[in-house]
Design a protein around this ligand. Sequence first.
Ligand SMILES: [Zn+2]
Ligand SMILES: [Zn+2]
Length: 272
Amino acid sequence: MKIGWLYPLLFGSCYIFKAHGSLLVIATNETYADRIASFGPRLSENGKVGYLVEPFTDPTGCSRVNAPCSDWVALVRRGGCSFITKVRNMQASGAIAVAVGDPEHQSGWITMYAPGDTSDITIPSVFLARNEYRALLYLSKIVDSPMTILLQLDDFITWPLLDILMVIFVSPSIMMIFIYISWQLRLKSRKKLEVAPMEFVVRLGLKQFSFEKLRENEAEECAICLEDYINGEQLRVLPCKHDFHTYCVDAWLTTQKKFCPICKRDITCNPC
Ligand SMILES: [Zn+2]
Ligand SMILES: [Zn+2]
């Protein structure tokens, strides 16, 4: 199951499906990094051995050519037609694999991608960056007989499995973290609206409790802590004329609600 094609949808032009490989020249034991295409069969752990040959009648691989030998790996240059067209042509020309090289651009390695149905592709293909392509092209031309190479996969992690794990675990996790943070921010701003600012509360009226001056219907206890007032105790008087211990009501207004605990009047709203 290949779902690498999901990435262009998920990340737009940032195509991060990558499978790294390398091309080993058997005679010199030198390796050249490449990038496996997103289409076609995957390279096995043993890789693919063949003779690297540039089709001289059409080095771009945009048309079919006569097979130079059996077990040949086509070394074609980028441009002229799509990647998938090159691979289809080389497959039809008997190549067992295709290495597409970048002759000009210094954009590094790219993953060759093809839209639509690519199930007809039965040979693997890789992309070579400019320096690797030029070096291999030079080597393939100076040796007398076809150059034997091994195409190998460097990352033996099964990338489609990793793709699935990324989509299943990473994307929902990022989404959950984002939702949690925005929920916390919303809670914080809502809480801010529900309480009264301290600088507002400290400007509210104060009085000293006195049994002697107590009038009818005036409270003798704090409705928040339910403790009786003591003579001389400092009370906070809200705009609605209800009074409480200063420390009780200040804490209530600045951390719980900006309403009077008895009549529910908004103390910041004047007059309400
Ligand atoms: Zn109290
Ligand atoms: Zn009140």
